[in-house]
Design a protein around this ligand. Structure first.
Ligand code: URA
Length: 477
């Protein structure tokens, strides 16, 4: 009897080395004990001879290797022996063994592999990073996988959060990413990871806002998001009340008469932007009648910019959303709430800046009672450009910050690429300095684990925008 020790037990590489040594020595599966099932015969078993890769007598088919990569991470103590049996049988001539879906070894291996893949998927979906301390630039997550999957899934997080410094702690092992390489270490306990961070209130507000009780399917939800993961999810504290109240909210929604937005589009048609100069109030009154593109028709009203006429800093968003369309004010919905918070963190007083949009009517698609945001296209941006120019020309800010690609295209032209030019200052033809950053709604759309970093990036850019304004003032002497 021989003994094969796979260390660590979830390493495909370690299992392959032992399997290769056993196969090359001609050890049949029934004469091989693997570390985890070797308790009884340890004293009797002799270790396998070492074999170099070149001396290997077996090539493992790609499909088996792929399956083995998942199965080896399962907690089942019989997995190494099972994989060796499969390998042995394939090498003995059963080349199409994995296609025999009813073979007991294939059935077991497929089930183990499936469980590991599901666990890996849950880890990708439910890991939530939290800031490791106030002002710290590092993030820590706690996760309790069912299987030994940390090594398997970590490269995914390294790719996804390449620009962040983060660590994931599990009960059996931990991993750290410093922006360059993954480093594995010992496991920990739940209290080693931060319990909560400042971003979570934001995430909960957003989650509660987008939660649609009419779409709720509690059975499905429990299947997809089993309760064992809830303890790591900031939104989990909301779930019991959202689930409890969902029925009542749906009944209320059904009883409520569909609320036609109170239309505030006057009858006069404005197709050209009149040139007369009467300050922003006059332009705003004219824009209320604008029909320069078809967006006026389904919209409730024109959403004009807001802020002092002599503001030194101007922010330009994409277009009004649902809340803005109904209230007639820019940035008052969920993206506005995030922007307000980012302004506060960047030391910017919202009341002192001028806030507007590249397009001044809400573009949406009606789905039942819900109005789904639709990005304005280049024609809408062009049609609204004269209004934006009027705002810029009247306010004449020291600096402009474009929020998102649509605003950037309106200010810099359609060739502008936010990915390459984010944060870079440009001087416009009228001498005003301008730069572009991401849109607050983009931050809200990031997966929870990436939100904190995305939010910090936005705040840094807003701060730079504010400083760029100061720079412009100094420059103007
Ligand atoms: N998004 C925008 O770009 N502007 C708003 O006013 C609201 C949301």
């Amino acid at each position: 009897m021989h003994l094969a020790v796979v260390d660590p037990g979830w390493s495909l590489q370690a299992w392959r080395e032992r399997a290769r040594a056993a196969f090359t020595a001609g050890v049949a599966p029934e004469h091989l004990q693997w570390d985890s099932d070797a308790q009884l015969g340890l004293a009797l078993a002799s270790p396998l001879p070492e074999v170099s890769e070149a001396g290997s007598a077996v090539t493992v088919p790609a499909a088996l290797l792929e399956l083995a990569g998942a199965v080896v991470c399962h907690r089942d103590p019989g997995r190494h022996a099972l994989l060796y049996r499969l390998l042995w049988r394939v090498a003995q001539g059963e080349r199409r063994l994995l296609e025999r879906a009813t073979d007991p070894d294939v059935v077991t291996a497929t089930a183990l592999g499936g469980a590991v893949r599901r666990d890996s998927h849950k880890m990708k979906a439910f890991v939530r990073f939290r800031q490791s301390g106030v002002g710290e630039d590092a993030y820590v997550a706690w996760f309790e996988p069912d299987h030994w999957i940390l090594d398997r899934v970590s490269p995914f997080f390294a790719r996804r959060f390449a620009g962040m410094r983060w660590a994931i702690l599990t009960p059996y092992r931990s991993v750290r990413w410093d922006g360059q390489a993954l480093a594995f270490g010992p496991g920990g306990v739940r209290t080693d990871a931060p319990a909560e961070d400042a971003q979570e209130e934001l995430w909960r507000t957003y989650y509660a806002n987008i939660f649609n009780p009419a779409r709720l399917n509690p059975t499905m939800m429990r299947q997809e998001m089993p309760q064992k993961y809830w303890k790591g999810l900031p939104e989990a504290t909301l779930l019991p009340s959202l689930l409890r109240d969902a029925g009542g909210r749906v009944r209320d929604m059904a009883k409520r008469e569909p609320q036609a937005p109170r239309r505030r589009i006057p009858q006069r048609r404005i197709e050209a932007v009149p040139q007369e100069d009467g300050g922003l109030a006059a332009a705003r009154a004219l824009a209320a009648d604008c029909r320069r593109c078809p967006l006026w028709e389904p919209a409730t009203q024109t959403v004009w910019g807001e802020g002092p006429e002599d503001a030194r800093l101007m922010f330009i968003g994409e277009q009004p959303g649902d809340a803005e369309d109904l209230t007639g004010r820019p940035f008052v919905g969920p993206a506005g709430a995030l922007l307000d918070r980012a302004f506060a963190d960047a030391g910017i007083d919202r009341a002192a800046v001028y806030l507007t949009n590249a397009v001044k009517h809400f573009r949406f698609q009606q789905r039942g009672k819900v109005r789904l945001h639709q990005r304005p296209d280049a024609g809408h941006v062009r049609a609204c450009h004269a209004w934006l120019q009027r705002e810029i020309g009247t306010v004449r800010p020291d600096a402009i910050v474009c929020l998102g690609a649509t605003a950037a295209a309106a200010v810099f032209g359609a060739g502008f690429r936010l990915t390459g030019q984010r944060g870079a200052w440009h001087t416009l033809g009228n001498g005003v300095r301008a730069m572009a950053t991401v849109h607050p709604a983009w931050v809200l759309r990031q997966p929870a684990a990436a939100q904190a970093a995305a939010y910090r990036g936005l705040v840094e850019d807003l701060r730079a925008g504010n400083e760029g304004r100061a720079g412009a003032l100094e420059g103007s002497g």
